[in-house]
Ligand binder design. Structure first.
Ligand SMILES: [Zn+2]
Length: 506
């Protein structure tokens, strides 16, 4: 079992989908067992028994829940992977995977046939992949009709429909309305060069802390943080690793102010990729987090109580682009955050495609794994990287470009960490850090980190792991609290915080 009783219960209370397929809960009073995402009311702690797989729950005499249907995800590896496939496929569909490419391509990402994918998704989620995609498109279209000034024809395409006729027909069928009836009268103004979307979050939100973290690591030319606003140049495609459909543009993100939401301005050039774009923005700013529940848990430890209170609303900074984030993690080994940023800027200038944006600070898109995979280590040492770091980066780029280590949420975290650690120059610290940010694994933990040692006043990694047991499954949030507790100046400039101390040396 990956987690203890208390951690499992915390995961259950938040219904965090990241734990789906990782644990199952048996309720002693009803004799029924569930997935952590079950919509049924959360049972009391003392009535729960936790299992690593459905088979174990059945062995203990529990019957499968009829609502969340865990019987379809028993312990056998092949079926267990079906759960993962279904939930990852749902994430990919939410990100627009079926808008450009077909179901065959999506199935190929998981190494199954389209028939198998359809069956697994239908069984697990109760709807077919196509129905899931249609619902996502309709919801996005509804949002745009109500809150944007984009013409209906543009909204149809931006939401992922392939024709206006299809859009109108499905809208009428599902909602019994004409799309135009949702338009607000004040939206008759002409369209500007951008779209504005609001993404809500659960309060509180420590926006300045999050922005500070991103500002310190912003890649020159690609990202900029100014006056409470995060901006970046964007290149985006629909299908993982495929470049047949691609768009370039920019986004700005700031607090909406009046409510618990972020306001995202998107250049019109990216309108056709709105679904994947918004899913990346949610990842970057950790918008799905349940801060109150996480803080209640972490605050039970007196080592964290004060700092958690002071930094209430802290988010786990994610990644807009998994490879970009991993590249920065490698560059940051043994040097300061500022020095890593300089190197990332040089690499971007050398290998990133130029782009025109209204913001003079944004003039390059992020370097792709495919582009860096074609570079030689000597191209990188010329930019100031050490030989080992250059080799590590090229190896990482090749692995990612070949699809061997997908750096995004919803992937098999343990397998991807293991794959990363096989690369020269990537040890547990870097792999966990990438898991925490690019894969958004909330229980990732850097037990050997010097900043953590300093914040806890402990030198033994073993002891630190023991202390962190009670923070599970939110160890990554505890880590961010500890880093921040070291003080603004230290987290910005103290190279020791980012230093890798357990990396392979050969
Ligand atoms: Zn259930």
């Amino acid at each position: 079992m990956l987690l203890d009783h208390n951690s499992c219960y915390q995961a259950l209370v938040t219904r965090d989908p990241r734990f789906d397929g990782v644990l199952f809960v048996g309720v002693t009073t009803t004799g029924v067992y569930c997935r952590p995402v079950c919509p049924a009311r959360t049972p009391r702690r003392e009535r729960c028994r936790f299992f690593a797989n459905a088979a174990a729950a059945e062995n203990a005499g529990f019957r499968p829940c009829l609502r969340c249907r865990p019987e379809l995800a028993p312990g056998a590896a092949t079926i267990d992977s079906a759960t993962r496939i279904a939930s990852s496929a749902a994430q990919r569909i939410e990100a627009g995977a079926l808008n450009e490419a077909g179901i065959d391509d999506l199935a190929a990402e998981f190494g199954v046939s389209s028939r198998q994918l359809r069956r697994v998704v239908k069984r697990e989620l109760g709807v077919t992949p196509t129905e899931l995609a249609q619902t996502q498109r309709l919801l996005l279209a509804k949002h745009l009709l109500t809150d944007s000034a984009l013409p209906v024809i543009e909204i149809a395409f931006a939401s992922g429909f392939s024709s206006v006729r299809q859009f109108n027909a499905l809208f009428r069928e599902r909602y019994g309305l004409n799309p135009t009836s949702l338009r607000r009268s004040q939206n008759s103004e002409t369209v500007k060069e951008m779209l504005t979307i609001e993404l809500s979050y659960r309060p509180p939100m420590a926006w300045p802390l999050l922005l500070k973290f991103l500002a310190d690591r912003a890649i020159p030319g690609v990202e900029s943080v100014e006056a409470g606003r995060y901006s970046r140049a964007v290149i985006i495609s629909q299908s993982r690793g495929q470049s047949r459909g691609q768009s370039r543009g920019w986004i700005d993100v700031e607090r909406a102010g009046h409510e618990n939401a972020l306001r995202v301005n998107v250049s019109l050039s990216l309108a056709h990729y709105l679904a994947p774009l918004l899913s990346r923005v949610k990842n970057l700013f950790d918008l799905d987090a349940h801060p109150q529940l996480i803080e209640a848990r972490l605050g039970e430890d007196e080592r964290l109580r004060e700092v958690v209170k002071r930094q209430s609303g802290l988010r786990l900074p994610g990644a807009f682009d998994g490879f970009e984030m991993a590249m920065r993690a490698v560059l940051g080994q043994q040097i300061s955050v500022a020095a890593a940023r300089t190197l990332a800027g040089r690499i971007t200038e050398a290998f990133g495609e130029p782009i025109d944006t209204p913001n003079p600070k944004l003039n390059r898109v992020s370097v792709s794994a495919a582009r860096l995979a074609r570079a030689g280590a000597s191209d990188l040492t010329r930019l100031g990287l050490t030989g080992k770091r250059a080799e590590c980066l090229v190896a990482l780029a090749r692995t990612v470009a070949e699809g061997e280590a997908p750096l995004e949420p919803g992937v098999d975290v343990e397998a991807t960490i293991e794959r990363l650690k096989q690369l020269p120059g990537i040890g547990d610290w870097t792999a966990q850090y990438i898991a925490m940010r690019a894969m958004r694994w909330p229980d990732a933990f850097l037990h050997s980190d010097l900043g953590v040692r300093k914040a806890l006043g402990e030198t033994s990694s073993k002891r630190i792991l023991e202390i962190a047991e009670s923070w599970r499954p939110w160890r990554a949030y505890a880590l961010m609290h500890l880093w921040n507790s070291l003080g603004q100046t230290q987290i910005n400039s103290d190279s020791r915080i980012r230093r890798e101390i357990t990396e392979k040396t050969e």
